[in-house]
Each structure stands twice: as C-alpha cells, then as structure tokens.
Design a protein around this ligand. Structure first.
Ligand code: 4AD
Ligand code: MG
Length: 463
C-alpha cells in the first residue's frame, strides 16, 4: 500500500478508505474507555493527524503505550470522519508498526515549552517542533517563489563561485581558504608566500556573488544568483550570521530607479506567495510568534514603498526630536535604531533610501554628479531594518579604479571586473536580498539563528 502524506489525508477526500501514514508521534493520551489517541506529524503540513488506537490491538500493551513524543511509526487504518471537535478526519488504526522508540527522559524536544535558546543547542532535532517545521516550510516556499519570480521575468539563474580572490564589499571581513600547513607556512621575506598555496594566491569564501553576476548580466541582460555567502564580522546580533544566503539579481541597461522597482515587486511577490500558500503556518506565526504579522504583511503589500534620499532621511531623523543612542549625522551610516524609527514610526511601511555618501559604501557603486554620493539603495522594513542592499554599478573605469585604490585595494584582482567596462560597457544595476532576514520578516521570528537550519555565528559552528 502506498504511503499517504498527512497533508493529503487531512483534506478528507478519502473518507472510509484504507490509509497508510508514517510520521513522528507528537503526543499520546490514553482514555479510560480502552483507547489511545496519538497525534501524528510527518512534516507535510502544520497540523497533526489524530490516530485512534483500540486497546485490543495486538501490540497495544507491549508497544503502543510505550510510544512517547518523538517515536516514529507507521499506521494502517481507516480514515474516518472525526467524532470530536478540532479536526475533520482521523484514522482508526488496524496496525501500528514502530520504527523507533524515543526515551522521554532524554528527548528534550518533547518537553513542554522548550526555549528557542535551548533548541539551538539541539538544532538537529528542533525541526520536529511546530515553530521550526513552520519556519522550514515558509523558507522553502520563499525559495521557490524567488525562482518563480525571476524566471517569469527572464532572469537566468547562475551559480557563482564560493571561493574567490575578490573582496566584493571591500570590508575585509572574509574567511581565508588555504591548504597551507599552519605549522609550516612558507614565508617570502616577512610575508606568507601564497604562491605556494592551493590557488597560487590568497583566496577566500565569498561575501557576495555580485561581481560574477554582473559579468553574466553584461551578456545575458538579466541574471541572478542565490547562494551562501560568508562574513567574518564579529556581530552578535539577532540579524547577523557568519554564513547566510543571498539572492542577487542583476540587470543590464538598468538604473537605480529600475533596481528599486524590481526590489519592491520582488518583496511583494514573496509576501503574496507565502500568504496564499502557507496559510496554516502563517496562522500559527500570527497566533504564537507575532500577533501583528498578518496585518503587517497585508499592509506592506498594499503600500507603495517610500523612496527618499539618504540626505532627506538624515534630515527627518535630526528633526524628529527622538533620542537616539547614535546621533544621526550626514556621513555616518544609518544605525538599526534609525532604520526602525523611519520604518516603524515615521512612515509605518517599507522605505527605499537612496544616494548614500560615497565614503560609507562599496567601491562598485556609481558615483553621482554631486561628487559626494553614490547611486545606492537600501530597502528597509519594519522590525528588521535593512533587508536589501543594492546600487547602480560604476561603469566609468577611471572612477572605478580610483575608488578601488582609495579603499586601499589592489587593481590586479579586479582585472576581469574592469574588463566589463572596456568591452561593450553598459549601465547596469542590481541588489542583494538577505534570505534569512526575509524569512524573519514574514514569520515574525525575533532571532535570525532560528530561521536557518544550522546557524553559523561567532564561536558556533556545531552540527
Ligand atoms: O548590503 P550587502 O552587504 O550588499 C551586498 O552584498 C551586495 N553585493 C548586494 C548586491 O548589490 N548584489 O548585503 C545584502 C543583504 C543585506 O541587505 C542583508 O539583508 C543581508 O544581505 N546581510 C546579512 N544577512 C545576515 N547576516 C549578515 N551578516 C548579513 N550581511 C548582509
Ligand atoms: Mg548593506
């Protein structure tokens, strides 16, 4: 007999038919009337399927009453209309097969109200909780919606390298990749001789796939990458990971305004998809994690994102009368407190801040004619702050070269990137959306460590 998934079974189409389901026990309760009730979950949907087990079943005494949360079983039985409230159908079991028992004294996930902090220590099991099952299904849907969105609009999905010699963001926050023996590093004068290393030069884990996507957009018109990126910054916040996933589209023959429009359309597409296709999971988040999440997302979808310049943003912040830990001042980066003030208090919706000071942004951003600012944009959303960073790219090679040098970097590793400005140069623009921040935004989860299967943060790379 073919196994049915609980998501299908709960639709109730096959009432009075034989059914085979498999999954993990969430709870077992024994009633005095000679029955047990098992709540079974197989991950195919948020809800459990109720199994009714008669005490007459052969292995009832030996096995069924030893089924504690976490045990894995298969159930053959009849799908019937439910007698009790709360569910529409349930299974009357004829046969229960145990795959694996689960010791309730040792299985931490089965306990009542386990904290998210505790669950991080047992991240290999936390997906069996309601919250992490729901997060995982929503995350999966966001990934699918991402591909649908870009594919529908003629963007090619490309896989950009994980190992690179380029520091895309120029922030010096890269993890080194080397096969040199730390006990016998070959030295050249006083420096490490990287010509003896695996790639013959210093290499790192990428902080962004952007530079490579640019080269593909400048030939295919539109391309995007969706991959892991790595940042060795020592940020212990609820919004930073050392390893996170980023979606980076790039468009040739496009400017900053096109970039902002694409970003707004993409975010709304993701929200609409999740609201339409993950309704049960989203109801759970709205009940248990953030009671305003459905309202917030609906509101975001109806709003036109505000577009304002960095200079105007600083002006609003300075005149707000609000006390900030960091005084807003032209030339300094916006802090999370500033971003949250703008999105939550001032505008009460997402905003796209453009034209940041040149000196606080990466070398590749197009310099504006004022000589002070660049054609950059950050998309800021309530609670999270920055969710997207992007820009029009510098297509003037002299200006690009001087920015690379000003930031203390060598031109040599960027020779191929500079080539794009020499051979059939075009205006182009793109952005990066932090995937985990998007998962946080739609689920209302507080901590970014709880929206990725196995978080990598400073001093933590278990599992
Ligand atoms: O603003 P960032 O650094 O931009 C780039 O990397 C560009 N190369 C993107 C591009 O134009 N193609 O990062 C983009 C987004 C941020 O807005 C944020 O959402 C997320 O990536 N992000 C992080 N997410 C989790 N942990 C971190 N440490 C992150 N750093 C950035
Ligand atoms: Mg940024």
């Amino acid at each position: 007999m073919k196994r049915a998934y609980i998501a299908e079974a709960l639709k109730g189409k096959d009432v009075d038919q034989e059914i085979l389901v498999k999954g993990w026990v969430r709870t077992r309760r024994d009633s005095k009337g000679g029955f047990s009730f098992i709540e079974l979950n197989d991950g195919s949907c948020f809800n459990n399927l109720q199994i009714i087990v008669d005490a007459d079943l052969d292995n009832y005494q030996d096995e069924v009453i030893k089924l504690f949360p976490g045990s894995s079983i298969s159930v053959k039985g009849t799908l019937v209309k439910s007698q009790g409230g709360g569910q529409s159908v349930e299974v009357k079991a004829n046969e229960i097969k145990v795959y694996g028992f689960c010791d309730p004294d040792e299985y931490a996930v089965g306990k009542q109200r386990v904290s998210f902090e505790r669950l991080r220590e047992i991240a290999h099991l936390r997906v069996r909780t309601n919250t992490f099952g729901a997060v995982t299904r929503v995350r999966n849907k966001l990934a699918k919606a991402t591909h649908d969105f870009f594919q529908e609009r003629g963007f090619y999905y490309i896989n950009t390298p994980i190992i690179t010699a380029n520091d895309c963001e120029g922030a010096g926050e890269m993890f080194r990749v080397t096969t040199l023996d730390p006990d016998a590093i070959p030295r050249n004068k006083d420096e490490v001789d990287y010509s003896k290393d695996f790639f013959g030069k210093e290499s790192f884990l990428t902080v962004s796939g952007q530079l490579a996507v640019e080269s593909f957009a400048c030939g295919l018109s539109n391309a995007y990458t969706f991959g892991p990126t790595f940042r060795a910054e020592n940020s212990n916040t609820s919004r930073h990971l050392a390893e996170f996933w980023m979606i980076e589209p790039e468009m040739a023959f496009a400017d900053l305004a096109d970039d902002a429009d694409l970003a707004e359309e993409y975010i709304k597409y993701l929200i609409t998809t999740v609201l339409n296709e993950c309704a049960e999971d989203m109801d759970f988040f709205n009940k248990r994690i953030d009671k305003t999440i459905l309202q917030t997302l609906a509101h975001v979808n109806e709003s036109e994102f505000v577009r304002l310049s960095y200079t105007d943003a600083i002006d609003i912040l300075s005149k707000s009368g609000q006390k900030f830990e960091f005084e807003p001042a032209w030339g300094n980066d916006l802090q999370t407190e500033h971003e949250r003030f703008l999105t939550e208090k001032e505008f009460k919706k997402p905003i796209i801040v453009t034209d940041y000071p040149r000196d606080i942004k990466a070398f590749y951003m197009k310099q504006n004619d004022d000589g002070k600012t660049v054609a950059a944009m950050d998309v800021l959303v309530p609670k999270i702050g920055e969710i997207i960073g992007g820009s029009q790219r510098e297509d003037n090679i002299q200006k690009l070269d001087s920015r690379i040098k000003e930031q203390g970097m060598e031109l040599e590793p960027y020779w191929w990137y500079r080539d794009l400005r020499k051979f059939g140069n075009v205006p182009h623009a793109g952005f990066g959306l932090g995937f985990e921040r998007m998962v946080q935004f739609v689920t209302g989860m507080d901590n970014i460590r709880d929206v990725i299967p196995f978080p990598r943060t400073p001093r933590s790379a278990d599992f």
